[in-house]
Design a binder for this molecule. Sequence first.
Ligand code: KIV
Length: 273
Amino acid sequence: MSTANTVNKSKVTTHVLQEMKYKGEKIAMLTAYDYSFAKILDDSGIDIILVGDSASNVMAGFDSTLPITLNDMIYHASSVVRAAKRPLVVVDLPFGTYQGNSKEALSSAIRIMKESGANAVKIEGGSEVLESVKRIISAGIPVMGHLGLTPQSIHKFGTYVVRATEETEATKLREDAKLLEEAGCFALILEKIPAKLAGEVTEDVKIPVIGIGAGGKVDGQVLVLHDMLGITQDFSPRFLRRYHNLKEEIMGSVQEYIKDVKSRDFPNEREQY
Ligand code: KIV
């Protein structure tokens, strides 16, 4: 197991990720939204930290990713950047800051890069957002694409079920992946689509493909940190592997603390001045 002392410390760039794909070395990515967790991920040797708009659910308690604002994302991203020395830091452009107007998309991406110090942005969608993707890349900002289940479009699809199971949608996804690659995206996320389709797309494009609920034939994996640590417990899709039951552990400690305070056991003589 890697420890803070043994992990490779050289900075992960988009070029390093491309080399990892060529070498067949899998890419490990997790979300983070604050300094403390980002520091733990950095010390653990994670390759990419995604400051996801899942912060809207996980950090702010909304029931979708739609309400989170650009200012909120910049706040989360700058906290993460202060801790993340080695991983590439990618930040979601939130809903309403890039769709339909490529000029606005560019100014949103510039604000994220300037005000947070992040390394790249992520955008949901294919042909519909291509103009925005191209404009942002033309300003020298690396863009990660995101296809398949795109949570910002929840009101269009009405459900979070597996995407692209029908041939028409699968064909569009394949085409969108090529379009995003040609536009200059440095990587793609494929969310909740059949493993076979994700494997085919990964072979079709030269850029790294990171999956979440997209099987093992992709170049890397991403999970939401609070889900994989078992801090959030009300979300249990098949693709989620829980590595811990942190909610239970934290509750145990908090309940012990409450007991110690109530029983006057805390603080003791050595814990005071
Ligand atoms: O916002 C997020 O956390 C994401 C991942 C689920 C890929 O987009």
